[in-house]
Design a protein around this ligand. Structure first.
Ligand code: DQA
Length: 138
C-alpha cells in the first residue's frame, strides 16, 4: 500500500513555529517514528511552500497511490486550485489539520479541500496524521 503525506506552507517549521499551537516536534522526527510503526506501508512525505508544487505532486501521485494525507495549511483556506486538483485525481484524500481550525480565526473555518475529501481530521495535533493513515488501513 502506497500512502503519501503532503504538507503545505510553513509546516517545514514545525517544532519551531508557534509551539503553543503546533507543538515542539519537527515533522521529520514524527515522520520517522510513523515509518517505524508502519513498516508494511510505503509511506512517503512531501512538503512545499509553493501552491503549484503541491498541485503538481497531487497530479503525480493521484492516479497511483492508495491514499493521500493532505495538510494544505494556509492554502486550505485560499486555494481553489488545490481544491480542483483533489477533484481531478482518483486517490482518496484525507484532510488533516494539527490545530482545531474551528476554534481559531474565522478565515480558518472555510476549507477548499473538505468538500472533496474522503474524510477530515482536525485538532488532534500530529497524531492526526496517524489517525488519517489508520483510516486507509481499516
Ligand atoms: C493548519 C491550520 C491552518 O489554518 C494554518 O494556516 C496552518 C496549519 C493546521 O495544521 O492546524 O498553517 O493547517
Amino acid at each position: 500500500m502506497k500512502i503519501i503525506i503532503i504538507n503545505g506552507p510553513n509546516l517545514n517549521l514545525l517544532g519551531k513555529r508557534e509551539p503553543t499551537i503546533y507543538g515542539n516536534a519537527s515533522f521529520e522526527e514524527y515522520f520517522e517514528s510513523l515509518k517505524k510503526q508502519y513498516t508494511n506501508i510505503e509511506l512517503s512525505y512531501f512538503q512545499s511552500n509553493i501552491e503549484g508544487e503541491i498541485i503538481d505532486k497531487l497530479h503525480e501521485v493521484g492516479f497511483d497511490y492508495d491514499g493521500i494525507i493532505l495538510n494544505a495549511a494556509a492554502y486550505t483556506h485560499t486555494s481553489v486550485g488545490i481544491g480542483d486538483a483533489i477533484k481531478a485525481v482518483e486517490s482518496p484524500v484525507v484532510e488533516v489539520h494539527i490545530s482545531n481550525v474551528h476554534a481559531r480565526e474565522e478565515f480558518r473555518h472555510h476549507s477548499y479541500i473538505s468538500a472533496n475529501a474522503a474524510g477530515i481530521i482536525i485538532g488532534f495535533g500530529l497524531k492526526g496524521y496517524q489517525l488519517a493513515l489508520e483510516s486507509f488501513i481499516l
